[in-house]
Design a protein around this ligand. Structure first.
Ligand code: ATP
Length: 703
């Protein structure tokens, strides 16, 4: 189709062999790359330093929970000392022979139940709350009102079984322990309220310790990780030393007196245990050694605070960095019950014991109250009440909120027990507000573990010799010395009590300065531990990213192969076309006709013929300058450039070149050149004419 002479063209047209990226046609279904996974490949192409630095590990895993406080109400028991003897009520004649008598027996039973209810001072409202009612006499004389105590983790009614208590209270602790976390359970309550019963139980009703041991060994056997963990048990008591002070005593079979140096317990035996039965037998022997006595409140009242530690040690040689197999200590504490002098009627030694017991309970409470006040108002310093008793010194980390613990309050529900029950509830219920925020596994445990493990056999042997056989007797290969605290190594032991504590200069590597620097060391260790955790988390995340990136690379490789195959095919096709074109006239040059209305600001139909194929499309030159890219063989057409480059410039014959020589180039130059430069003065028709392309069917439209 011939075109009237257009106005002088302001620009020239460049047709490039390598298309501009914007001008590339959208991929046809055949050329489209296979679908990629959604993840962005670019994300893994650089080292994510900034991301690592901006990562807030602590926020990513916030752990905040309240201290778990449980309440167990002991059933009313009749007979025995203080009504505490666990003797079953004797029924003279359970089933009366005479039906008339039977009726009256049922009536009596109902009456007695009513009376029992009336006798009770504490009632369960729901699993989290109880109502404490003072006896009538007190209500009238002292105007004491009924109170409701709410918010317990669980209230165990008088008829709850040991198993129920274990499931709700101790199982979570044991599960954590099996995952390598340390934890502590302490039983508090007035004398005779059932602390020892709850903690140790009796053969027919095993308590929390035997149930925990059974659970631990059942679990480790079941999980097939038995070989990866070993367990150790230690048991000791703190009692009053005939009014002089406090005495630490190892209750394990070969145990003796212990001493505490700078919050560190020296000489405590840890016995390796391989099954629950073995552990229970050790505990049974220990119970025989525990200080008990008869008081008005309890025929077998504990006169000491008893602490049991079960320690799980991961076998690092098999561990392979398994988090589950890390070490942890589960401590269960049976405190001696607070006693009111009036009630117990204690005198002499018993009274001194009472004072010690009450004092320890009070200090224990003060520590927790100070922690609570400090948490509520951080300006209030954490008081150092723990220094006032051996028990609180030993449990310092728990009482300062550095390690998680749970409390079980035991109370008696009898009317006569109102004052004791009320005291415990009033004192201990606020502890529920104590919070644990991001409690870390304290460093000193791992420090000590590492340290103990690091001690060579010979070193340990040396230590035993120097420390003295009565202070620390280690069962060859079975027991290892348990040491808590950071300052134990190199601390100078001394005691007025000969034979209990001797000079221990072993492991003095850091010596006194080591002791002095231990605080700093602990801090550094904590920092390193947090850093290691953070790094570990980041590495884990990047491992995931790497996996995704690997998949993407795989996909890209596959699509690259597909594309290369296609490229080869296309090239082959092109070559075929070229070879067929070479034989024919210039008509075979790919671009045939470009028809454009001279008023190129308006949309006009444009016809493009490519090898006898016609395409009709709407064309606005200013908007769609790349239309020629649709034309096979000419990839890009850009208006505004100043060069015309043909598919095969060598095909420009000499005559054509000569006709273009008016553009300022010699015919030879033009023929050699790969582009035809147009002056603004050429009209498109002129250009076409001049280029001798009219006959060939190539029209270049210029605007
Ligand atoms: N839940 C219970 N079910 C049955 N009997 C119980 C229960 N709790 C406690 N007893 C019985 O009550 C008596 C006193 O309990 P226990 O010795 O455990 O009290 P305690 O709080 O440890 O006292 P103390 O502080 O004086 O040692 C025991 O004979 C015990 O068997």
């Amino acid at each position: 189709m011939e075109i009237n002479s257009p106005p002088p063209c302001p620009n020239t047209v460049t047709i490039r062999r390598n298309p501009h990226r914007r001008a590339r046609p959208p991929p046809t279904p055949a050329t489209a790359a296979p679908e990629m996974p959604s993840a962005d490949v670019a994300k893994v192409r650089y080292f994510p330093t900034e991301e690592i630095l901006s990562m807030d590990i602590a926020k990513a895993d916030p752990v905040s929970e309240n201290l778990r406080v449980f309440l167990r109400i002991r059933p009313l028991l009749h007979g025995g000392v203080g009504g505490d003897r666990n003797s079953k009520p004797r029924f003279k004649n359970v089933w009366p022979q005479n039906p008339a008598k039977r009726k009256s027996a049922i009536g009596r039973a109902l009456q007695s139940k009513k009376n029992k209810d009336a006798e009770v001072c504490v009632r369960v409202n729901n699993p989290q709350s109880v109502t404490l009612s003072p006896p009538l006499a007190l209500q009238e004389s002292n105007r004491i009102k009924t109170e409701v105590y709410d918010g317990f983790s669980h209230v165990f009614s008088p008829d709850s079984s040991q198993e129920e208590v274990y499931e709700k209270m101790v199982r979570p602790l044991v599960d954590d322990f099996l995952r390598g976390k340390s934890g502590m359970l302490a039983a508090l309550g007035p004398s005779g309220s059932g602390k020892t019963h709850t903690v140790f139980g009796c053969p027919r009703q095993p308590g929390m310790v035997p149930l925990a041991l059974q659970h631990i060994f059942r679990q480790t056997r079941g999980s097939n990780s038995e070989s990866m963990r070993s367990f150790f048990i230690s048991i000791f008591e703190i009692s009053s030393e005939r009014g002089k002070g406090e005495r630490l005593f190892d209750l394990s079979p070969n145990g003796g007196d212990l001493c505490m140096q700078q919050l560190t317990l020296k000489g405590l035996q840890e016995i390796a245990i391989s099954d629950a039965r073995q552990a229970e037998s050790i505990i049974a022997q220990a119970m025989l050694k525990r200080a008990t006595g008869m008081t008005n409140a309890n025929s077998q009242s504990s006169r000491s605070q008893c602490i049991i530690n079960i320690r799980g040690v991961a076998d690092k040689s098999n561990g392979e960095g398994n988090d589950q197999a890390s070490d942890g200590v589960l401590s269960i504490v049976d405190l001696a019950g607070a006693e009111r002098e009036k009630r117990t009627g204690n005198q002499g030694v018993r009274l001194l014991e009472s004072n010690f017991i009450n004092n320890t309970s009070m200090v224990f409470g003060l520590c927790l109250r100070s922690l609570l006040e400090h948490q509520k108002n951080p300006k209030k310093p954490l008081q150092k009440h723990f220094q006032n008793s051996l028990l609180t010194k030993y449990l310092r980390e728990y009482l300062e909120g550095k390690k998680r613990m749970a409390l079980i309050l035991t109370v008696k529900s009898g009317e006569e027990d109102y004052r004791d029950t009320s005291y415990v509830l009033r004192q201990a219920s606020p502890y529920m507000e104590i919070k644990y925020n991001n409690v870390e596994e304290p460093s000193n445990i791992s420090y000590n573990k590492r340290h103990v493990q690091a001690l060579s056999r010979s070193e340990r042997h040396k230590r035993m010799k120097v420390t003295g056989s009565d202070a620390c007797l280690i069962d060859e290969g079975k027991s290892i010395e348990a040491e808590n605290g950071l300052c134990e190594e190199g601390s100078l032991k001394s005691s007025e009590e000969p034979g209990i504590c001797k000079v221990d200069m072993s492991g003095c590597a850091p010596s006194k300065s080591g002791c002095a620097d231990s605080g700093e060391g602990e801090r550094n260790h904590q920092i390193m531990q947090s850093f290691a955790k953070a790094l570990w988390n980041v590495l884990k995340q990047y491992k995931e990213k790497l996996k995704v990136a690997d998949n993407e690379i795989q996909h890209l490789r596959e699509s690259l192969v597909t594309e290369s195959t296609r490229y080869i095919e296309l090239k082959k096709e092109l070559n075929d076309i070229k070879s067929s074109c070479a034989c024919s006239h210039r008509k075979s040059v790919e671009v045939s006709v470009v028809e454009l209305d001279m008023n190129f600001h308006e949309r006009v139909p444009l016809q493009i013929n490519v090898e006898e194929t016609a395409y009709l499309r709407e064309y606005t030159p200013t908007k769609d300058q790349n239309f020629i890219s649709q034309v096979k063989g000419l990839d890009v057409c850009e208006v505004g450039a100043s060069c015309l480059e043909l598919e095969n410039p060598n095909e420009l014959d000499h005559q054509t070149c000569e006709s273009l020589s008016g553009s300022g180039n010699s015919a030879e130059d033009l023929c050699e050149s790969k582009c035809v430069r147009m002056e603004d003065s050429y009209s498109s028709a002129n250009v076409a004419d001049a280029a001798g392309l009219r006959d060939t069917g190539i029209y270049i439209m210029l605007n």
